[in-house]
Structure formats: structure tokens, C-alpha cells
Design a protein around this ligand. Sequence first.
Ligand SMILES: C[S@@+](CC[C@H](N)C(=O)[O-])C[C@H]1O[C@@H](n2cnc3c(N)ncnc32)[C@H](O)[C@@H]1O
Length: 235
Amino acid sequence: MTQSNDPNSDAESAAVLRCWQDNAAPWTAAVREAKIRSRTLVTNKAVVDAILARAPSRVLDLGCGEGWLSWSLAAKGIRVLGVDAIEALVDAAKSSPSDAEPTPQFRQLDYDKVPLALVGERFDLIVCNFSLLDQAGVAKLMRAISTLLAPNGTLLIQTLHPDYVGTAQTRSDGWRSESWQGIGDDFRGQAPWYYRTMRNWRQLFAESGLQLTQQIEPLHPETGLPASVIFVLEV
Ligand SMILES: C[S@@+](CC[C@H](N)C(=O)[O-])C[C@H]1O[C@@H](n2cnc3c(N)ncnc32)[C@H](O)[C@@H]1O
């Protein structure tokens, strides 16, 4: 993991999207061929279980990528809308080999456009599975997200656990870039993402107007340490 203190947030946000655009095909292959060990061992089941425990009828999968989670929830009878900024990922999601019903809907949307594009829609649950990678864009999204939640709605965010990623020295808010090592040979460049301390996440949640009601820490069976954190926020 490399660390950058670049304060130029717009350039970093553009770099996040460019990275996912450049790597849509190898990412789709990595997810569908189960190449990401922490996902197959821990985090996929953890997020699905956390969602099903809340028995939502309608879910918004924000930053849905190639759509695995949307299709998994559809297989449980849940109506899902998946959105992602990257056209190639949305296309992959639409043409998923899964044929679960009700067929999820997918739309190409940047988070920036989501609140306006979905105005008037209400979801029982919104899930962001490893998809909040940006700094300012995510902060803006969080401030608007409650407008998309039904009364008693839930926001679930699964992300790398701030206290178990990198080293103690790198655990201050800032841009990082991650290699794709171990999940395929066709990836280009590195993946930029904004590291937030636990304190920073909590500040973000306070600004969202939602209440943090639970923090789930799924344990990696090989290390015994949290493989991620799932924040549960409620209206
Ligand atoms: C690590 S992938 C996770 C994808 C999916 N949630 C999953 O579990 O496989 C991050 C996703 O977030 C999406 N994303 C990042 N920033 C975004 C933005 N500003 N607007 C919409 N999607 C975004 C990327 O295109 C990518 O599909």
C-alpha cells in the first residue's frame, strides 16, 4: 500500500473512476472466478447475512460493480436496483449469468447524480459494499443519502477495517493506492482509495443524520482478525 497526501480531491476522484473503467473486465473476472480470497472466505457472506437479517423488500446496491450482490439478493426474492458509474460494469451486471428473480434493475450513475436521479424513490435498505472509495464525493453522498431511505430504513456499509489495514504509521486520513496483486494479471495501474480513520467515518455518519446502531467485524478464519467492518446506520 502506498500513501499520498495529495489535497487535489477532484483529480483523485477522477482517478478512482478512471481506474474502475480501465479495470472493469479483469475486475468482473476476478469476482466471478472467486479470485478474491477474503471475499469468498468472509466478506460476501457477512454482507449478505447482514442484509437478510433486516428482511428488506427493496434494496439499493450503491457502487454495484459487476452486480454479484444485487443478483444474490434477487435470488432471495428482494427487489434490487444496482447503480454504478462505470458503463462496462453496469453492462456486465445486466448480462450476469444469474437468472434469479425478480430480475434486478441496473443504472449507470455516478454517486454525484444519485440523489437527484432517484428523487422520490425510497429503499428499505441501501448497501455500499467496498464501494465508498472517494473523499469529497462520498461526503456529499452521505449528506444526501437519508432522502433515499424509507422510514425505518437502513444503510449498510462494508469497508476495509480502518484499524486493521496498513500499519500504525499509515493510519491517518488520506489517499492510498492499492495493487491488484493476487487477483489477476490483466489489471492496469493501481487502485486509488481514500483511507478514513474510525473517527473520520463517525464524523461522516454524524453529517448523514443517520444513527450508527451496530458495527459488525467479520473475522478472517486464517488470521483471527477482522477482515472488514460493516457499519449499520438507521434513520
Ligand atoms: C471495489 S468495487 C465494489 C463493487 C461491488 N460493490 C462489489 O461488492 O463487488 C467498487 C465499485 O464502486 C464503484 N464506484 C466508485 N466510485 C463511484 C462513484 N463515484 N459513483 C458510482 N460508482 C462508483 C466502482 O465503479 C466499482 O464498481
